[in-house]
Structures are given as C-alpha cells and as structure tokens.
Design a protein around this ligand. Structure first.
Ligand SMILES: Nc1ncnc2c1ncn2[C@@H]1O[C@H](COP(=O)(O)OP(=O)(O)OP(=O)(O)O)[C@@H](O)[C@H]1O
Ligand SMILES: *[C@@H]1O[C@H](CO)[C@@H](O)[C@H](O)[C@H]1NC(C)=O
Ligand SMILES: *[C@@H]1O[C@H](CO)[C@@H](O)[C@H](O)[C@H]1NC(C)=O
Ligand SMILES: *[C@@H]1O[C@H](CO)[C@@H](O)[C@H](O)[C@H]1NC(C)=O
Ligand SMILES: [Mg+2]
Length: 437
C-alpha cells in the first residue's frame, strides 16, 4: 500500500513538473513570437533539421519517458577532437604554427629519450604555464576598459539585423564602430547579461565581449538619430539595454568530444591530452573556463540546453553550440549570457542535474580561475566583490539593479561547490604531478 502511494506521489510530482515545464516553455515561445522572426531564428531551426522538430508538447515530453536518460544516450563519434595514433603520427613534423602537435604518446617520448618532454598539466589538474603563455587573450582588461570608455554615450547612427533575434540589433556608432545592442524583454535578461560579464571579470575570464549599459533616452544625442527605428522595434523609452563589442568573422563552435555526454570527460591524463594539437588544447583550456562560468551562473543556454535536447535529437552535440563563437585566431567568444545568474537561478530546479553533470566532466582547470574560485570560497564575499566591481564600473548599475539576496546566496553556494569539485579532482589526480608527453 505504501509503495502504491509512493508511486502515485511520484507520478503526480512528475505530472506537475511536466505541466510547469509545458507552461514555462509556452511562455518562452510566446516571448519570441512577439517579434518578427528574423534570419537568425530560421538558421536556428535549420540547425535542428536532422532531428524531429523542437515541439515540446506534452506528448513529446511524455514520450521522453521511454528514452534512456541523456547520460546513457550514445552519439555518433565526434571525429574532430579525437585522433587515432596513425593520424597523430602523420601530422607530427609540421612545425612553427600554433597547430603543432605538441606530442604524441608516452611511447614516442620514450623513443626520444624523454629529452624534449612537453608539459601539459601541472600539479595534477592545472593547464601548464607553457600552454597558458600561448593562450590568446580575447578581451584583455586594458582593451575592455578602453572599449568601454569609448563606447559609453557614443552616438548611434544605424540599427540593423546582425546580432540575433530582432530584439537585438547591430548598431553602428558615428565613428563606424559596431556593437550589439541587447534589448531585454524582461529586466532579468539584461541583468543576466551584465552581471555574467562582471562575474567573468571577477574570475579573470576574458572571453566575454566588453559591455556597457545605456538607457534609451529618446531626447539624448546618443539615441536621437535612430529614435524612429527604435520605436518600430518596440523598444520602450528609458529601457536599459546592453551594448557589447561586435567582433568580425566569428564562426560556429562544436562541443569537443571529451565534453560530450557519452565521453569520459576531460581528464588530466597523458594518454588523453597527448592526442591533441596545441591549437586544440588551447581551445579546450578556454572550454574549461566556459564550463566553470556557466556552472556558476547556471547558464543553461549553451552546453546544458544541448544536453537536454539529446533526448529527442541524438546528434545535437555534433551541431554548433548555442551562444558560443570562435575568432579566426582561435579565441572563443562567449556571447549572449542573458540566461545567466538571474533567469538561470530562477529555473535551477529544472536544469541543475545537467549543470552538475557538465561540471563533473572537467578535471583540468586554469590555475588563475581556480585560484579566484578558492579566494571567493574562503572569503565568502562573492556578493560584495561582484557588487563592487559592477557598481564601480557601470554608472547605470543603480538603474538596472543587482542580484537579490537569495540569488547572491545561490551564487556563493555554487562557488563553494565548484571549489569542492576542484579539490575532488586534486585529490584524484595530484599524485600524477605534472603531465608531460
Ligand atoms: N559580439 C558579437 N559580435 C559579432 N557577432 C555577434 C555578437 N553577438 C552576437 N553575434 C551574432 O549574432 C548571433 C546571435 O547572437 P545572440 O545569441 O547574442 O542573439 P540571440 O538573439 O540570442 O540569437 P539566437 O536566438 O540565435 O541565439 C550570433 O550567433 C552571432 O552571429
Ligand atoms: C589517445 O591515443 C592513445 C594512444 O594512441 C589511445 O590509446 C587513446 O585511446 C587515445 N585517447 C583518446 C581519448 O582517444
Ligand atoms: C586512423 O586515422 C587514419 C588516418 O586519418 C585512418 O586512415 C584510419 O582508418 C584511422 N584508424 C582508425 C582505427 O580509426
Ligand atoms: C574578416 O574577414 C575579411 C574577409 O576575409 C577580411 O578582409 C577582414 O580583414 C577580416 N577581419 C578581421 C578583423 O579578421
Ligand atoms: Mg542566443
């Protein structure tokens, strides 16, 4: 009898979750439908062309019950990131470029008598200083400061598509500089975008394009020229929007094989890391920052939403990752962080198991990022430090507001959890010391 009522309770709970999810999804859908669908949304659909359409009706959701959990679904092999030994050996020998094979495998370094060992990982879990030195810094602190000073208050002379949804526009300043303007349907979107930018700053992560806020003052010199256009876009006067640096020639990024769901994860083992080119390792290094940032901000709109889609689109991991782009030089650019910190924390119950799985798949970290997490964990002052940085850097911070006390606590808890995960990896791999190949 007790078992029956427990089952009944579980079933009722499930039905409630399904309903909540359904309603939530409809809300998200209608939010987008309020705007004319631009070329971006068409592209997004074509990306899913291989699988069934993304119709999250209740039926679809119920059908998911019969599918094994996301973790167990098998994917086609990724190819790009995992090379077999033949492939590796064929490519060794080219030199001079960033794409040099730094190595091969233990056998080959043994053959070379270990005379030119190359360090990949130090102290078990940190990307080596040698790799760190080669990492391109996408948006250095100096660059970001200069960009923000220049961008603040600049006159906008043109708005056009080119930054995603119709609510987001590619703007041109009078001096020809281009920026993406993000208009949030809710304040929480612009808050998420902005606070995630500053959280990345706090962690020393430089892949998020510089950002300033601006208020749509129709009488200002800044917005006067495009006033009518803004009205056609249904942008309300006095709304606070974000302006981010526009970057030329960005291309799509596919999730590397070790970070996909059927993989063992990214582990600091010579037999695994030794298979990559320097270029690939430098990209993986940026991915490790991305995963910590997205875990901390509970941003579900990159890896996690793909993992969720695995349930009906088994090949989704082979498609481009949402909201992540690459420069021709190989820097990853983390765009569209509006799901972070605010929206992401609000819907945490639904996504947390995926967030946890993604975090758990990585046991190699950038030393600086891990150090910053450690400091924020020890001092327990994430809220204060984030508010200080944001308040000092952004004159419009009082207009946009900050995290609620509850969300600030959630953020501190996530810092603590990331710290615990890093310690766990350290316990597991420290005895390996440095990984050289
Ligand atoms: N800073 C940027 N520099 C250059 N291009 C950008 C930038 N930000 C966005 N874009 C372009 O706009 C596209 C969509 O950006 P974004 O994710 O920010 O908007 P979105 O409205 O959420 O769109 P989507 O729904 O397609 O994700 C990107 O894939 C990219 O092509
Ligand atoms: C890397 O190469 C080694 C030896 O060539 C192979 O045994 C191993 O499976 C490879 N690792 C991955 C992750 O493919
Ligand atoms: C390894 O790579 C080579 C060259 O790319 C390819 O010809 C070969 O079939 C691959 N072997 C395996 C086992 O995948
Ligand atoms: C972008 O690509 C175009 C065309 O290939 C090239 O002319 C331009 O210099 C590139 N810009 C940057 C910033 O890389
Ligand atoms: Mg987006």
């Amino acid at each position: 009898m007790r078992a029956v009522s427990a089952n009944l309770l579980a079933w009722l709970l499930f039905c409630t979750c399904a309903c909540v999810f359904y309603v939530w999804n409809r809300l998200e859908g209608s939010r987008l439908d309020r705007f004319t669908r631009g070329p971006q949304s068409l592209r997004r659909e074509s990306r899913h062309a291989g699988g069934p359409p993304l119709d999250l009706s209740v039926q679809t959701f119920r059908a998911l019950l019969t599918v094994p959990s996301a973790q167990r679904l098998r994917l086609g092999d990724g190819g790009l990131y995992v090379r077999n030994l033949t492939d590796v050996k064929e490519q060794t020998g080219t030199s001079g470029s960033r794409d040099d094979r730094i190595n091969v495998d233990a056998e080959e370094s043994a053959q070379r008598g270990g005379s030119d060992l190359v360090s990949l990982v130090e102290e078990g879990i940190f990307w080596s200083g040698r790799l760190e030195e080669q990492l391109p810094v996408s948006f250095s602190e100096g660059h970001a400061r200069a960009w923000r000073e220049r961008a603040r208050g600049q006159r906008v002379v043109k708005l056009e598509p080119g930054c995603g949804r119709v609510s987001n526009q590619l703007a041109t300043f009078w001096d020809g500089t281009k920026v993406c303007v993000r208009y949030g349907i809710n304040a929480e979107q612009v808050q998420g975008e902005t606070l995630t930018y500053y959280l990345a700053g706090l962690l020393g992560i430089t892949n998020v394009p510089p950002l300033v806020l601006s208020q749509l003052n129709p009488d200002s010199e800044q917005w006067g020229d495009v006033r009518r256009h803004a009205a056609r876009l249904q942008w309300s006067d006095w709304a606070v929007v974000s302006l981010t640096e526009w970057v030329a020639n960005l291309t799509a990024v596919v999730t590397p094989e070790p970070l996909r769901q059927n993989s063992e994860g990214l582990r600091p083992l010579p037999g695994e890391l030794g298979n990559y080119t320097t270029g690939e390792l430098l990209e993986l290094m940026q991915w490790t920052d991305l995963i910590l940032l997205d875990y901390l901000s509970a941003n579900f709109d990159r890896l996690v939403s793909n993992m969720f889609s695995l349930q009906w689109d088994a090949r989704v991991m082979e498609r481009e990752t949402n909201n992540l782009l690459r420069t021709p030089r190989g820097d990853l650019v983390f765009v569209d962080n509006e799901a972070g910190l605010v929206h992401g924390f609000r819907v945490l119950d639904m996504w947390e198991k995926y967030h946890g799985a993604v975090l758990g798949s990585v046991c190699v970290f950038r030393r600086r990022t891990a150090q910053r997490v450690l400091e924020l964990h020890r001092r327990r002052d994430t809220r204060t430090r984030l508010l200080e940085l944001y308040g000092d850097s952004e004159p419009l911070s009082p207009e946009l507001g900050f995290l609620s006390d509850e969300h600030a606590r959630v953020l501190q808890t996530r810092i603590d959890r990331v710290h615990r995960h890093i310690s766990h990896c350290k316990g597991k791999y420290q005895q390996l010391g440095s990984v050289t190949v």
